[in-house]
Design a protein around this ligand. Structure first.
Ligand SMILES: Nc1ncnc2c1ncn2[C@@H]1O[C@H](COP(=O)(O)OP(=O)(O)OP(=O)(O)O)[C@@H](O)[C@H]1O
Length: 550
């Protein structure tokens, strides 16, 4: 990730570092001029020269601040965008395993800690240069006194390193507690209606989940802050220790002027020294965030700029000995789907039925190419599909799953904003035209009832003009009248235009609508019943998008 940043912001980082370094050296030369003025004697350089250096230093400092603030904002932007792209390019099942709470936390807190650390790099380099320059100058003033100082600095460095190691461990504990807290927030917000009605549950959730997690987080935050402040305190204490060591050594050497110069420069260096130590702490914290991101395996590398894959021409999709197992930590007997053998033919209406937990939705996700089969293969017209390169395969589908998200923007078959007239005609068909307006392909509201939102989701899915519609219990939230319209009008209308429909349903009275019903039980196909056994011999219509969209 660091190399990614350096690639993206390398020039700005270099500029900010050089400018920080020059400012540091100018500041040091100002100090050197002052420190050479002993006992109220005049400056060794003319006031004009001092004023000129001061002026340049001021300009450089203003310029550096501007560059640093730009670098900081750019770093936040770059890491945010890079994470978004990684998440968008990551396989669905990896995201599902990571869980939304952990992903939200990465997007919120890890983005901040990494970008803070990165944007502080020039400040770190600035202060490091300042520190090294100060130390070099001290070595130049008196190598012997510097030798004494170097031993004290070495010891200080070892102490700080140990403390920073402890801080990283505390940071890791704190980050884990933040994930748990985020999970608690999620329950509180997503379950707000249940909690509002059920006071006992609210109290229980507060005491057993939220409060406990908050206490755990407080404990780890306290440990982290304590270690952070301890490290800072130790830094200040070390500066005093160094001053004491220098004063004593100088007294023994009998050179008060030298001691004065040393004390002045060490006092000046206390700021940069503290800053370097502070930033080392921040880097340790950011490293924990980076390891958090790595642990989620959001390693998506599919470029968003890559051309969108086109769906292949097809007549049959064949599942051959397909198996899938949910990877669950600690689960004794994880759910196993398959082995499945199934053929989907173009233009068919297939209903997927079965009891709760029988594997219908899991099958749907395999069909959509969202889960990678653990065994078996998928063939299109006899050609084996590669999981690693299944963008084209996925482009065959449009769907409304049971946990769908309703996007406000409607897209057409080419991925552009859909024409309003086309969307309005679909809204009319779904009896939504009086409820929702569309402007520039965007619904004016998505704050609707669940059944209405599902209708809009299907309008959106149809607008994409894809070959196969996959619907997971779409009609479950519709009123009986519209449920009937869905089964007796919408599905036949889609089929007549050459579309294939694969729908999960529990509505047994409408089962005869389907050409085929595939019934699941305990992850296996229990029964496959055909309404038209000879359907494969029929000529299948080519999809007529104009008819469907109109
Ligand atoms: N994300 C998941 N992680 C682990 N196991 C899961 C996950 N989702 C589902 N399962 C397991 O897979 C089994 C089948 O789930 P699936 O959602 O496919 O059932 P379904 O037939 O669609 O049920 P329903 O009719 O209730 O929607 C479940 O019993 C559950 O044990």
């Amino acid at each position: 990730m660091l190399s990614y940043f350096i690639r993206k912001l390398g020039k700005l980082l270099l500029l900010a570092t050089v400018s920080s370094g020059v400012s540091a050296l100018l500041a040091l030369s100002l100090f050197s001029m002052i420190s050479q003025t002993k006992g109220g004697a005049s400056l060794p350089y003319s006031p004009l020269y001092y004023g000129a250096v001061w002026g340049i230093w001021l300009l450089m400092t203003i310029g550096t601040s501007t560059l640093l603030s730009r670098l900081s904002a750019d770093a936040v932007f770059q890491i945010r965008v890079s994470l978004i792209r990684r998440i968008l390019g990551t396989a669905y099942d990896k995201l599902e395993r990571a869980g939304s709470s952990r992903l939200y936390n990465v997007l919120i807190s890890d983005v901040t800690s990494i970008s803070n650390a990165f944007s502080e790099l020039p400040t770190f380099i600035f202060n490091l240069i300042l520190l090294v320059s100060c130390l070099s100058y001290l070595a130049y003033l008196s190598p012997m006194l510097f030798g004494v100082l170097a031993v004290a600095i070495g010891i200080s460095f070892m102490v700080s390193r140990t403390l920073i190691g402890k801080l990283a461990r505390r940071s890791r504990d704190m980050r884990d507690s933040q994930d748990a807290m985020m999970d608690g927030y999620k329950g509180m917000l997503e379950g707000s209606a249940q909690l509002a009605v059920d006071a006992a549950r609210k109290q229980h959730y507060y005491e057993h989940d939220l409060q406990r997690r908050a206490e755990q987080l407080r404990k780890h935050e306290r440990g982290f802050r304590m270690m952070w402040d301890l490290n800072r305190g130790v830094t200040v204490a070390l500066v005093f220790l160094l001053l004491g060591v220098v004063t004593e050594a100088g007294r023994r050497l009998g050179d008060q002027g030298l001691v004065m110069s040393y004390a002045l420069i060490i006092t000046y260096c206390a700021g940069p020294f503290g800053m370097v130590m502070n930033l080392l702490q921040q880097f340790a914290h950011a490293r924990v965030s980076l390891s958090k991101i790595d642990s989620l395996q959001i390693d998506g590398d599919k470029s968003l700029a890559a051309p969108v894959a086109h769906a292949p021409a097809w007549n049959t999709i064949q599942f051959s000995q397909i198996e899938f197992t949910y990877r669950q930590e600690g689960a004794e007997a994880p759910f196993v789907l398959g082995p499945l053998d199934l053929e989907i033919r173009k233009g068919e209406v297939i209903f997927i039925t079965g009891g709760n937990g029988s594997g219908k939705s899991t099958f749907i996700k395999l069909l959509l190419g969202l889960h990678e089969p653990s065994a078996g293969s998928i063939y299109i017209d006899g050609v084996k599909q590669s999981w690693a390169d299944n963008e084209g395969y996925r482009a065959l589908f449009s769907m409304v799953l049971s946990d769908f998200y309703l996007f406000g923007q409607v897209l057409d078959g080419s991925g552009k904003a859909a024409a309003d007239a086309q969307v309005v005609s679909l809204l009319e068909r779904f009896k939504m035209a009086s409820v929702v307006k569309v402007l520039g392909g965007v619904f004016d509201t998505v704050r609707l009832s669940q059944g209405q939102r599902k209708r809009l989701a299907l309008v959106s899915a149809i607008s994409r003009e894809r070959d196969i519609y996959v619907l997971d219990e779409w009609a479950a939230d519709q009123d009986p009248q519209y449920r009937r319209t869905f089964y007796e009008e919408i599905i036949p209308w889609l089929q007549q235009s050459g579309r294939t429909v694969v729908a999960v349903t529990h509505d047994d009275r409408y089962f005869p609508i389907a050409d085929r019903r595939v019934d699941f039980e305990a992850g296996r196909i229990r029964l496959e019943s055909n309404r038209f056994p000879s359907r494969t011999d029929q000529t299948v219509a080519t999809p007529d998008y104009a008819t469907v969209s109109a």
